[in-house]
Structure formats: C-alpha cells, structure tokens
Design a protein. Structure first.
Length: 303
C-alpha cells in the first residue's frame, strides 16, 4: 500500500514538486555542487594555508580569524557566530532562498573546518599568503555563483550603505578592511598584517575572476552621421551584433541612430577602427560590464 509523505502546510511532497521544471531542478543541483566545492576550497585555503601561519583575510572571516588567534576560540564556531546574524538581517533584502543557501554554506564551512583534516601545504610565507588567498577566494566565488555566501561582509556593507547616503557598498567594505588590518598589525605584528593584505588581494582577484570571468566584456556606444554604414561594417565584416537606439542630437534636435554593441577586450580596437575608418568624427564611448548573458557575444568570442 502506497503512502504520501505530508509536509507542513498539508501539501504532499509530490504536490510540492509538481510544476517545478527539470531545468530548474538541474540548475539548483549545479548550484548546490558549486556551494559544496566552494566550502572545500575555502576550507583548504583557511586550514591548509592561512591558519598555521596566523594570516587573516578581510571581512567577517578576517574578524573571526583575528579573534581566534587572540582568544583561542575555535575558528569554526566564530565563523558561524559572526556570519549568521548578517544572513538573518539580510533575509528581507535578499530573500529566503538566498538566506537558506547562505546559512547552509556557512554552516558547511564551519563543519568542514572542524571535521576535515587538510594538509599544511608549505611553510613559505609568500606562497601561503598568495595561494591561501586564491583557495579562499575561489571558495567565496563558487558559493556566490551557487547563489549563497560564505562571508557576510557584503550583506553587512549593503545594509549599512542603505542606511547611509554618504557611503557606498565599496566604501563600507574598504573601511571595514582598513580597521581589520590595522587591528591585525597591532595584535599579530606588522609583518603578518602585510601578508594578510596580500592574502586579501589574492582572494579578491580570485572572487572577481570567478564571478565576472576572464573575458571582461565592454559596451561600445557609437554616435555618427554615418551610423548605417558603421552598422553594416560591424555586422558583416566583424560578424558582431549591434543594437540601434533612436535618439536626437542635443543642439540641432535632429534624429540620430545610436549604435550599441558588447565586445570582449580583444575586439575593442577592431570595432573602434572600423567605425573611425568610415567616420573620423564618430563619437565613441566605452565602459566595462560586469557580466553578459545571452546574445551572440559568447558564441562568437573565438571567431
């Protein structure tokens, strides 16, 4: 005789899963794998490199590591203690799914640090700082890719910046890290603090690489009286997509087509040269983009 397993709210598990697409389940499975990989990578960075040399990172994790060195309290407990309140505070801002994933990721990192034995890789301080930061940054970046966080710093920065009109998120993070590394210089010594800054820089670059990728997309905006000829050159000769915005010139009020395309840094010069070859007076703007999804940019990157 078959039985249905009821869950709170009176809905059976099959009823809850009904309507959830296979694609969505696959995506969440991938996200879970990314978070798990992030946990072990961060654990390797912390326990395999940084902890034995008394180096710290920035943010909430850095505060936890600093207090673990000073007070002798186990790092897994401090990471859980200091990070989870920020996840709870950010629940309304970022949603329940994000809060759940972040809670699971932070708890998983604490368990990993407490239970998994990582080898102490090298006694060399420079290698420890650089590669410890890379492993830790990879863990944080993978967790963010999976939809959660291993460190509550950015949540705290967002919440503080929204309560202050003078500080942006980046400003809050910078101020927090200056205070943390100044305290590290006082408590751990200047040399350890300097190596810790190197660790933070390595971690930050690794996080940026995993979130934004190596391609570094750039938006190119072209304003020209010969916009149609430039559009044809970009589409036919460079095999690149273009979006056309309808605009007007500020002084004359004449109608003006504005060309907008997204390219990798390898193609910026090619697009600009193609436009200037047709119209030397073309007005060209470029600005970096964080990431790009869809379109034909990624499909044509190697062409």
């Amino acid at each position: 005789m078959s039985q249905s397993h009821d869950i709170p709210g009176g809905r059976s598990l099959p009823g809850l899963l009904q309507g959830v697409s296979v694609k969505a389940l696959k995506r969440e499975a991938i996200n879970a794998c990314l978070i798990i990989m992030g946990i072990f990578s961060a654990g390797m960075g912390l326990k395999g490199f940084l902890m034995s040399s008394h180096f710290i990172d920035g943010g909430v994790t850095g505060v936890s590591m600093l207090l673990a060195n000073v007070l002798g309290i186990p790092l897994p407990f401090l990471i859980l203690l200091f990070n989870l309140p920020f996840v709870v505070l950010g629940y309304r801002q970022f949603g329940g799914i994000f809060a759940f994933k972040s809670t699971a990721a932070i708890a998983g990192l604490s368990i990993c640090l407490a239970c998994v034995n990582f080898p102490d890789v090298t006694p060399d301080k420079l290698l420890t700082a650089v590669f410890g930061g890379c492993f830790l940054g990879a863990g944080i970046g993978l967790a963010i890719r999976g939809g959660g966080v291993l460190d509550g710093t950015e949540i705290a920065a967002v919440l503080i910046s929204r309560s202050s009109h003078l500080l942006k998120v980046g400003d809050v993070i910078l101020i927090m890290n200056i205070v943390i590394f100044a305290a590290a210089a006082f408590v751990l010594g200047l040399e350890s603090a300097l190596y810790s800054i190197l660790t933070y820089l390595a971690a930050s670059k690794t996080v940026d690489f995993l979130i934004h990728g190596i391609e570094e997309y750039t938006a190119v905006i072209i304003i020209s009286k010969q916009s149609e000829e430039i559009r044809q050159a970009i589409v036919t000769e460079l095999n690149h997509g273009v979006t056309i915005y309808k605009g007007r010139r500020g002084f004359s009020g004449e109608a003006q087509d504005i060309l907008h395309c997204v390219v990798t840094r390898l193609k910026i010069g090619t697009v600009k040269d193609a436009a200037l070859e047709i119209d030397e007076a073309a007005f060209i703007l470029t600005h970096p983009l964080g990431d790009v999804a869809g379109g034909i940019v990624k499909r044509s990157i190697l062409k």
